[in-house]
Design a protein around this ligand. Structure first.
Ligand SMILES: *Cc1c(COP(=O)(O)O)cnc(C)c1O
Length: 400
């Protein structure tokens, strides 16, 4: 079969809820993927940061295989010998007292929403079913009905109502607007420390710190969605660490599964996450031993290979080199660590054609929000590899 055959199969038998580049991948290792024709590409998307440790990291694959040979699923009706160890290691790494495991990012966000509401009723004393959560314009927290209820992207919402009430949207990066939106019924603020899907939108310096101070003063939980920015991507363990901010609720996903298995989690201290009682919340696959073993290996790799440190040094280097590329199309290069967005001018005709041109040259990335090219390679990427790709990016940005 040829690449076009696989593309045709997907088009013929699958729902068209994505618009992928027509590269058909059948093998991957580290920062590289190969298509069915044997062409090699540098992966500069990393499955939206789910592949921070690189493709098929040997230690993570070994953990997967070892665990698959012992026990894969117990359900939470019983206990297993991996989950407790994952909890302990998350606590040691992050300092949060407790964790609640789920599978996908959206499920972890839903979990955090339920947790914030429960805290609002039981601790803050908000009248039942009147809790409000403040979110930011341009947010991306997933695709469930409740989550798209507070999206500001028309396509994510248009045909999917009726929506879940209880959310207030304020402009991203504007702490004064956020403070003004707080009412006695506000239980939480939910934010991405950098908005990845919105086009790598970095808030003004000090924003997270100010939000932390405001939420502390007003008895409101600060919930950070670090599903994309967390686990080393921006050059620190969490993006909030850049401002020395510790949110009350930390939401993780993507790279927690080491690129092989969906694992997400909500982290918080005992006065918050301790509120859940048996039966309040759950998931058949959440906390399963296969996922827990994979997550433990994913965290070990992150720490042992100092991936956050590598993201910081290589990200800074790469972002500087990108900013030096002369191009009449580029309006801004921004980001932190290895989460970098190159914003194109509206006249450039959209980022898609540049991604297609990069693909022709062996570089895989994806447009985000029409006018932004996101560069987010696995955090194991080294300097020679980045140096190799820069002339190709320069070539593409010089296109008419
Ligand atoms: C990807 C992402 C999610 C959703 O995660 P899924 O695993 O796709 O459900 C939520 N928030 C952020 C910031 C993300 O990048």
């Amino acid at each position: 079969m040829h690449a076009t055959d696989f593309v045709e199969l997907e088009e013929a038998y699958g729902a068209h809820n994505y618009h992928p580049l027509d590269v058909v991948i059948d093998r991957a290792e580290g920062v590289w993927v190969w298509d069915v024709e044997g062409r090699r590409y540098l992966d500069m998307l990393s499955a939206y940061s789910a592949l921070n440790q690189g493709h098929r990291h040997p230690a993570i694959i070994q953990a997967l295989l070892d665990q698959a040979g012992r026990v894969t699923l117990t359900s939470r009706a019983f206990r297993n010998d991996q989950l407790g160890l994952l909890y302990q290691e998350l606590n040691a790494l992050t300092g949060y007292d407790l964790a609640l495991p789920m599978n996908t990012g959206a499920e972890a966000v839903e979990t955090a929403i339920k947790l914030a509401r429960k805290w609002g009723y039981e601790v803050k004393g908000i009248p039942r079913h009147e809790a409000e959560i403040i979110v930011a314009s341009g947010n991306f927290h997933g695709r469930t009905v409740s989550i798209v209820s507070f999206s500001t992207e028309p396509q994510y919402r248009d045909d999917f109502g009726p929506f879940t009430p209880g959310f207030t949207v304020v402009p991203y990066g504007d702490a004064a607007a956020l403070e003004a939106a707080i009412t006695p019924h506000t239980c939480a603020v939910l934010l991405e420390p950098i908005q990845g899907e919105a086009g790598v939108v970095v808030p003004p310096a000090g924003y997270l710190q100010t939000v932390r101070e405001i939420t502390q003063q007003r008895q409101v939980l600060f919930m950070a969605d670090e599903i994309q920015t967390g686990l080393g991507r921006t050059g620190r363990l969490f993006c909030c660490d850049h401002e020395g901010v510790r949110p009350d609720v930390m939401i993780l996903g993507k790279a927690l599964g080491g690129g092989v298995y969906p694992v997400s989690a909500v982290l918080a201290d005992r006065p918050v996450l301790g509120l859940f009682r048996p039966g309040d919340h759950g998931s058949t696959f959440g906390g399963n031993p296969l996922g827990a073993a994979v997550a433990r290996a994913a965290l070990r790799v992150l720490r042992d290979e100092r991936l956050a440190e590598n993201a910081l040094s290589e990200g800074e280097y790469f972002q500087e080199r990108l900013a030096e590329i002369p191009s009449r199309h580029v309006s801004e290069v921004r980001g932190k660590g290895l989460l970098i967005g190159v914003e194109l001018k509206p006249e450039a005709g959209g980022a898609r054609r540049f991604c297609e041109a990069l693909r022709q040259r062996g570089v895989l990335c994806k447009e985000t929000h029409q006018h932004v090219i996101r560069f987010a390679p696995p955090l194991i990427v080294d300097r020679p590899t980045l140096d190799g790709v820069l002339p190709l990016i320069a070539e593409v940005l010089a296109l008419p």
